[in-house]
Design a protein around this ligand. Structure first.
Ligand SMILES: [Zn+2]
Length: 244
């Protein structure tokens, strides 16, 4: 399995990085984890075949994590001429929030019939849901986005990739990351905890309790980006592909 950081930035474009969007490629599955506002541009820069995507797993409904969907759908309808169904697994309320967002950005778009099906499934906290070739277990995150927020634990090709989403420290990160082959963790700041986010100071003290085999940090603000190289931990970068 491979995970590519299509976008590894925060909501502010810190470091010139694209908003959050990861591409997971398994033997027989290929989907996005989050689809931030800049995702379509970043996916095209990375020359990803959009029609080969099976779907999108969303952690929460903030613009830097799901704001790229209206553009992805517009492209699917008018440019890529998608014909296959697209799954969207996300928090309860995703379908309504996405329709409102599409309507705000491209009036009429949410009412036009698509030439492909969208298959919405709502995350149930702590409940593992298996697709044909992968499974996702969402765990509650300590974050606020007008709908439930999650960390996700994904099983694919016999490996486990976990992702914190955006969150302050919560013990559910231990459930999500336990024994994971790769845990991608947000680390929004270096020293001072921002509301609903993790600082390196908080995270570093708790890393051993996670029990993940490999940890890679993402979603870093300028302070954290400036310090990252000296911390002895792996960090994400746009375009970086990890083999799991
Ligand atoms: Zn974010």
């Amino acid at each position: 399995m491979e995970l590519t950081f299509i976008g590894s930035g925060d909501a502010f474009g810190s470091g010139g990085r694209f908003n959050t969007c990861f591409l997971l490629r398994g033997a027989d599955c290929r989907f996005l984890i989050d689809c931030g506002a800049t995702a379509l541009v970043a996916l095209k820069r990375a020359t990803v075949d959009l029609n080969a995507l099976d779907g999108v797993v969303l952690t929460h409904l903030h613009g830097d994590h799901f704001g790229g969907l209206p553009f992805l759908l517009l492209d699917a309808q008018l440019m890529s001429k998608r014909a296959r169904p697209l799954f969207i697994w996300g928090p309860e309320g995703t379908e309504i929030r996405l329709a409102a967002l599409r309507e705000a950005l491209f009036p009429g778009s949410s009412k036009a019939a698509l030439k492909f099906e969208i298959d919405f499934t709502a995350h149930q906290p702590g409940v593992r849901r298996a697709g044909d070739r992968f499974a996702v277990t969402p765990y509650p995150a300590a974050h606020s986005a007008g709908a439930p927020c999650f960390a996700v634990r994904i099983e694919c090709d016999g490996k486990i990739v976990a992702y914190s989403g955006d969150t302050a420290w919560t013990d559910s990160l231990i459930d999500a990351a336990r024994g994971a082959d790769l845990f991608v963790c947000e680390c929004s700041s270096f020293e001072r905890d921002l509301t609903g986010h993790l600082s390196w100071r908080t995270l570093a003290a708790r890393l051993p309790s996670l029990g993940a085999k490999r940890v890679v940090l993402t979603h870093m603000n300028p302070d954290m980006l400036a310090q990252a190289a000296q911390l002895g931990i792996e960090t994400a970068a746009d375009g970086l592909t990890l083999r799991v």
